[in-house]
Structures are given as structure tokens and as C-alpha cells.
Design a protein around this ligand. Structure first.
Ligand code: COI
Length: 356
């Protein structure tokens, strides 16, 4: 299907925040993208419009039953002023996988990428250039039908908003402290754990708040059946380097198929660093810590990039990893990945999509 993208440019430009004040997801650009879905018509009326509040019926299904999905990706400005996106196709593919699980109609991935490129170009002044900054892009879909019946919606909106960001964690790229969650679980196989949907995050907030009160940046989730296999961290996939090998939990249906996770695995293979995707128990990590073979740990995610883990707390056992410092491999992965994204390191694996 071919769509005609309407563009209405804003007559007012917002003031841009200073790069050192960005934080994460606090400021929004001048424009947004919207497209509607109506049963019987399909996806219609794609448009770029000035950034503005939404009008929703209080009975809109998203507000009651959480039928919604989202994505997160980033645009970067290279030293020669070129704008580029990091593997955007993977985000729209994953959006459709989440759509399928949440019973939301699929979007046209090629058109979504075209619309996103036009949106970034409309707001190109908002792509920051300072080290450690980028333009975070949040595509999402909400069920808009006004009906209190707990059935799939007949109407949806697909929206993209954008926010200039610095680092996700207050720690910046310094190692974070993570609490291994003993009571709550995030997801089980057959549920929605692999989908990027609001409920996964809503269900994690209580554990996250409790961990924050104890001084931890995030929680590490264990599987819901055996309560021992490592799944993921609040907003990141997770990797452990044990005796020279890098191990990350396999995609088992309950964890997120992270774009950065996938890229790190590709990069490690490209460097001939042994990497395994498999079930990894917390006991194995603890044993490795006790025997001195737990060399590094880090989380990966679009928002968090690569976040070294300096401390894990499991059942009262404190595991300080690499003396609480960023490990050599974590540091090399961070500088290579961000270098490719910022255009200062050659894109050997063909990840970047240039704009304009
Ligand atoms: C991302 O990394 O893009 C995410 O969606 C995680 C979110 C909790 C900020």
C-alpha cells in the first residue's frame, strides 16, 4: 500500500535545553508523527504535525486494558553534520512482533521508516552533537476505541515522538548497583515478556522502587518458574564475562530481543570473543564470583547503551564485580558501539542508516 505523508510544520520553535541538562526523556522536539487505524479501513492519514497533547475518550481501551506497544531507537549527528539512525529496521520489525502479541494490527515497516526519516529531518536541529547525547525516538501504538468491553480495539493511533537525551542513569557510564529480585517476577514463557508493552514496565515498578529505596539503580529479574535463571535487568538485557567467555540469557520467549543485545553479540563474534546465548543461573554467577572468574557484567539497551554493573546483591550476598570499575571489554564495547553510532568509528557491520 502506498501512503501520502502530510507535513504541517510548526510555526513556533521551542527553546532547546543545554546539552548538560538533558537527562533522559524530559524534553520533546517541535513535531510528532501520527497515523490512525480504523477497522475496515486499515492504517490511514499519516501526518507530521506540531508536537501537541492527544485527545482521547476516557473510555479509550488503552487506558483500561493496556493494549499498547512501544519502541525506542536513536538518531545521532556525526562530526561532519550527517544524521544517522542505528538499525531502525530492527525496531519496526520488533514493533510488529509486539503488535502481533498484543493483537494490534501490523504497521507497514518500510513506510514507518520513511515517515520517521521525514520526522527526524523536520526536527534535525534537535539532534544534539555533544559526546554522550543523541535524539531518542519513541514510536508507540495505542488502542483508541471508546468501549469498556475487554476485547481488541477497532481503532488505534501509531505515534512517534522524539526527545534529545543524555545518559539514562544518573551514574552516566559509571558502573551501577543492581539488586537481584527475590519475590516479584517480570514474565513467564507464553506471557508478554518478549513484547515491548507498557504492562511489563508497570509490573516492574514496585520492585524497582523497593530496590531504589535500598540504593540500587535497577533490579535483575530471575525466571518465574525455577526462580534461578537470569532473565534481564529493568530496562536492559544483561551479559556476564566468566573465565574469558561472555554469556547472555538466550531468547526464551520471556525476555526482550534487544537491538543492542543483538549488536553486542555480533560485535563479539566479529572480534572472535567467545559468546554464548544460554540459560545462566544466579548460582553459576555467584560461584564464578566466589572462585574469582566473574570478570565483568554489563547491561545493554537503547536508552542505557552499555551500562557496566559494579555490584550485584543476591539474597544478602554482595558481589563486587571488577572492583566496582568498568571492565576492559565493557569499555571497549561501549566506545566501539557509541563510536559507530556517532560516526567516529567505521561501521564495519553496516548498522547505520544515513538521513538526508
Ligand atoms: C529503551 O532502551 O529504549 C527502552 O525502551 C527502555 C525504557 C525503559 C527506557
Amino acid at each position: 500500500m502506498t501512503y501520502k505523508l502530510e507535513i504541517e510544520l510548526s510555526t513556533q520553535k521551542k527553546q532547546k535545553p543545554a546539552a548538560d541538562k538533558l537527562g533522559f526523556g524530559k524534553y520533546y522536539t517541535d513535531h510528532m508523527f501520527i497515523m490512525d487505524y480504523h477497522a475496515g479501513e486499515g492504517w490511514v492519514n499519516p501526518r507530521i504535525i506540531p508536537y501537541q497533547p492527544l485527545t482521547l475518550d476516557p473510555a479509550a481501551k488503552v487506558l483500561h486494558y493496556g493494549q499498547t506497544v512501544f519502541e525506542g531507537l536513536k538518531a545521532y549527528r556525526t562530526p561532519d553534520g550527517q544524521l544517522q539512525l542505528f538499525r531502525p529496521q530492527k525496531n519496526f520489525q520488533r514493533l510488529n512482533k509486539s503488535n502481533d502479541r498484543l493483537s494490534i494490527p501490523a504497521i507497514d515497516e518500510e513506510f514507518a521508516l520513511h515517515a520517521l526519516q521525514q520526522l527526524v529531518l523536520a526536527d534535525q536541529d534537535w539532534v544534539p552533537e555533544e559526546q554522550g547525547t543523541s535524539l531518542y525516538i519513541r514510536p508507540f501504538i495505542i488502542a483508541t476505541e471508546s468501549s469498556l468491553g475487554a476485547t481488541s480495539s477497532t481503532d488505534y493511533q501509531f505515534i512517534i515522538i522524539m526527545s534529545p537525551v543524555g545518559s539514562y542513569y544518573a551514574e552516566g557510564i559509571h558502573p551501577v548497583k543492581i539488586y537481584v529480585e527475590p519475590d516479584y517476577i517480570r514474565a513467564v514463557k507464553g506471557g508478554v515478556g518478549f513484547a515491548k508493552t507498557a504492562g511489563n514496565y508497570a509490573a516492574s515498578l514496585k520492585a524497582q522502587d523497593d530496590a531504589a529505596a535500598k540504593g540500587f539503580a535497577q533490579v535483575l529479574w530471575l525466571d518465574g518458574v525455577h526462580r534461578k535463571y537470569i532473565e534481564e535487568v529493568g530496562s536492559m538485557n544483561v551479559f556476564f564475562k566468566i573465565a574469558g567467555k561472555v554469556i547472555t540469557p538466550a531468547l526464551n520467549g520471556s525476555i526482550l530481543d534487544g537491538v543492542v543485545r543483538n549488536s553486542i553479540i555480533q560485535l563479539l563474534k566479529h572480534w572472535n570473543v567467545p559468546v554464548e546465548e544460554r540459560a545462566l543461573s544466579i548460582d553459576e554467577v555467584y560461584e564464578a564470583h566466589k572462585s574469582g572468574t566473574l570478570e565483568e557484567a554489563f547491561g545493554t539497551g537503547t536508552a542505557a547503551v552499555i551500562s557496566p554493573i559494579g555490584e550485584l546483591n543476591w539474597d544478602g550476598n554482595q558481589m563486587i564485580i571488577n572492583d566496582g570499575m568498568t571492565g576492559e571489554l565493557s569499555g571497549k564495547l561501549y566506545s566501539t558501539l557509541t563510536g559507530v553510532q556517532n560516526g567516529t568509528v567505521e561501521d564495519e557491520l553496516g548498522w547505520m542508516v544515513k538521513l538526508g
